[in-house]
Design a binder for this molecule. Structure first.
Ligand SMILES: *Cc1c(COP(=O)(O)O)cnc(C)c1O
Length: 359
């Protein structure tokens, strides 16, 4: 069986060594005679996994003691609702930035909960971008500022974060752990695991503890951050197996040299792919150069027919998942942490050949 290069946006590629280790332990976890999927979430083996996964995230991101790391379920989409349920009181306003499809879903959900000011809106602009810091006109006393650090669909990414006068809440689903981060700048960070952390099923939340105190008793216990902080993400049964794989992924990241090493590799992979796009008129990038994502590289070909042919020929060459999101079309190469540089090199070679044959 041949493994392909998987450029899918999510669920997405995982390190091969992680898959192999999970496979080796699937039926008989570390000689226990059962799978970690079958064991109590309060038992010793799972407890060790849970604690290491939390600690690895703390180490990689240098999470300060003021913040808790949580494993929840419901995906980033669940956080679109849980954030305002917990942080946006009945007399409050929250500032949101609209940078594209994911930000606008977060806005839609927040509007059902409370008052929302969209203080910058470039979500429909083409080429794609994220808001400029000068555009941000904060609401006096806003409960928080929400932003989407990387728009997975359009391929636009915040290269640096604004100095906001209020806590920043960031959806980092598609670029968490891709670069070092100053967590102290954020009130809350959330990410579904299936892009850059592991398999779908676990959602990581990093929250400044004092913000969790804002919640009112009208919010169901299960949807309060407080509940999960108090019980170390073991209030109810956590998604044990996805957390196990996340633990292996974060262990792998530490072995790669941590986030500064990953940032260097990610920058190099993205730079060579964008250079290949910019080297010809056949390929056209769809985000403004200053806001290009290092994770989701989006581009177009001269026609939709050529784009369809590109995806088909790439698949035949063992490179899959390159079709752009159905809402925007085009091509999207997702090159998360686990995409080896050799995969990017193979894609660039394929792009040159495809242009030579069809350009
Ligand atoms: C994938 C994605 C989501 C949605 O994640 P779910 O886990 O499916 O809810 C939200 N935001 C961003 C930036 C994403 O990439």
């Amino acid at each position: 069986m041949q493994r392909v290069y998987n450029f899918s946006a999510g669920p997405s590629t995982l390190p091969l060594s992680v898959l192999e280790e999970a496979q080796a332990n699937l039926v008989n976890h570390e000689g226990l005679g059962l799978s970690i999927m079958e064991d109590s979430h309060r038992g010793k083996p799972y407890t060790a996994i849970h604690e290491e996964a939390l600690q690895n995230l703390r180490d990689l991101l240098q999470v300060p003691a003021t913040h808790s790391v949580l494993f929840l379920t419901g995906g980033a989409s669940g956080q679109f609702a849980m954030v305002p349920m917990n942080l946006l009181g009945p007399d409050d306003v929250a500032d949101y930035t609209n940078s594209g499809a994911w930000a606008s879903k977060a806005i839609k959900e927040a509007r059902d909960v409370g008052r929302v000011h969209v203080i910058a809106d470039c979500g429909k602009e083409r080429p794609a971008r994220v808001p400029y810091e000068e555009e941000l006109t904060y609401t006096e006393g806003a409960a928080y500022l929400h932003l989407t650090s990387n728009e997975t669909i359009s391929g636009a990414q915040w290269q640096q974060f604004p100095d906001a006068p209020v806590p920043i809440v960031a959806d980092m689903s598609s670029d968490i752990l891709s670069r070092p981060l100053d967590v102290s700048k954020f009130g809350l960070i959330y990410a579904g695991a299936q892009k850059n952390l592991g398999p779908a099923g676990v959602t990581v939340v990093i929250i400044r503890n004092d913000l969790a105190e804002r919640v009112t008793s009208r919010v169901p216990i299960i949807y309060r951050y407080q509940t999960h902080i108090a019980d170390n993400s073991l209030y109810n049964t956590p998604p044990c197996f996805p957390i196990y794989v996340l633990m292996l992924v974060t262990r792998w990241l530490k072995a790669q040299g941590g986030l500064s090493a990953m940032a260097e590799i990610n920058a190099r992979k993205a730079a060579k792919l964008y250079a290949a796009i910019d080297a010809t008129d056949f390929y056209r990038g769809t985000a403004i150069p200053a806001h290009r994502s290092t994770m989701n590289v989006t581009f177009r070909l001269p026609s939709e027919e050529l784009e369809a042919a590109f995806v088909k020929a790439a698949t035949a060459a063992h490179m899959v998942g390159l079709k752009g999101h159905r809402s925007v079309g085009g091509i999207r190469a997702s090159i998360y942490n686990a995409m080896p540089e050799a995969g990017v090199d193979a894609l660039i070679d394929f792009m040159r050949e495809f242009e030579a044959r069809n350009g």
